[in-house]
Design a protein around this ligand. Structure first.
Ligand SMILES: *Cc1c(COP(=O)(O)O)cnc(C)c1O
Length: 378
């Protein structure tokens, strides 16, 4: 990035001062299905999904890594290969969120996270693809950007720093940023951290159907499916899909940031909202989103998701176990797993599935793989 671009990044000013003051002013994409997401669903098929990811992603066997981890047959769902903006799992989520923004008539995506947020980078690129602006509320003080944020700036995002290092400071900064845009006559579309909304989770509800098809072609039986959990939207969509499919799998989340009970409760809430949204959306939405016909959803229960504590030393901090597994993944399969999410999820695979059929859902993180290999800090 040029010095000028970096200066622009720092110049957008603080957003944390008004934390929480502007709640509700910002628009549709909050935790509940707001008017925007309903508009998306009610409107034409074109609005239901904006294609970003190259799908289906491959499902590949990893027999050498399976031996190291002590699992039975191990398949890897390669969502590190979604082919959009190094976004990994974020590409599927943004397909629905961007469609929601367009259906809402919004002009600017408002998203946020830590400077190393993969979601923020992918949101910036997705906004460009859709002809939208993108404002990012980033935790911390202006500083030289890590790769994800540097790319987001290259993709034209405008950054507002919260001037507080806590990632939670973003939650107040988001509505404040949206209110600021609205006061200047623009129409913002507010996306919570990680894109964790019922609408965003729809991307992984759909992905569950994709996996089922691939496992059928593969001739695989019931499996444990393991995925990293940050904001929880990805696992929530998979839980919703698993329920719709009649629960063919046991789902395990590897929580890398929140305590496992907190993460599990969040995931269940989001999955329930996602199923209700689908239920009230009608057949046009399902058809436009590419969902096959399916029966009514049985009630969710706490048994639909198990979340493991994969935090190690804490969010974003490398753990020796995960680093060793990352090296093993490289040396056995040439597979890249990142220190923040996917390497920690591999530790969960090893803990929860001795001898079992496993699908490891690889969620991406390639920028952090490169940073770790080159010794850059996040
Ligand atoms: C964001 C991210 C996750 C977590 O996804 P959530 O939907 O936030 O739970 C997992 N892995 C990688 C590489 C990510 O970037």
């Amino acid at each position: 990035m040029t010095p000028a671009a970096w200066a622009r990044a720092g110049a957008a000013g603080p957003a944390a001062g008004a934390a929480g003051a502007a709640g509700g002013a910002a628009g549709p994409a909050g935790e509940q299905a707001g008017p925007g997401s309903r508009a998306c669903i009610a409107s034409s098929g074109l609005a239901a999904r904006v294609r970003l990811a190259a799908l289906p992603t491959p499902l590949v066997a990893a027999p050498r890594l399976a031996r190291v981890l002590g699992t039975g047959p191990l398949l890897i769902k390669r969502d590190d290969l979604t082919g959009f903006a190094f976004g990994g799992n974020k590409a599927r989520v943004l397909e629905f969120l961007v469609a929601g923004a367009i259906a809402d008539g919004a002009g600017t995506l408002v998203a946020g996270g830590a400077p190393g947020s993969n979601f923020c980078a992918a949101a910036a690129a997705a906004a460009q693809r859709a002809g939208l602006g993108c404002q990012l509320v980033i935790a911390g003080h202006p500083a030289p950007p890590p790769p994800a944020l540097a790319l987001a700036l290259s993709w034209g995002a405008v950054v507002r720093w919260t001037r507080s290092p806590e990632r939670e400071s973003v939650d107040g900064g988001l509505p404040a940023a949206a209110a600021d845009l609205a006061s200047r006559g623009q129409r913002p579309y507010l996306i919570p951290r990680g894109g964790a909304t019922a609408l965003g989770a729809m991307g992984y509800l759909l992905a569950a159907f994709e996996l089922r098809q691939q496992l059928a072609e593969h001739g695989s039986g019931p499996a444990r499916v393991v995925v990293a959990v940050g904001s929880g939207g990805t696992l929530a969509g998979l839980v919703a899909g698993n329920v719709l499919l009649g629960r063919p799998w046991t789902l395990f989340g590897a929580s890398v940031s929140r305590p496992p009970d907190v993460a599990a409760a969040r995931v269940l809430t989001l999955a329930g909202e996602c199923l209700r949204m689908l239920g009230s959306a009608g057949p046009e939405f399902a058809a436009a989103a590419g969902l096959p016909r399916c029966g009514a959803a049985a009630d969710l229960s706490a048994a639909d998701v198990t979340v493991d504590d994969a935090r190690g030393a804490g969010h974003g901090l490398p753990s020796p176990e995960a680093s060793a597994l990352a090296e093993q993944a490289m040396r056995t399969e040439g597979l890249m797993v990142d220190p923040v999410y996917t390497a920690k999820a591999l530790a969960t695979v090893r803990r929860c599935a001795p001898g079992d059929n496993v699908v490891f859902w690889h969620t991406g993180g390639v920028l952090d793989v490169v940073a770790a290999a080159t010794g850059d800090r996040r």
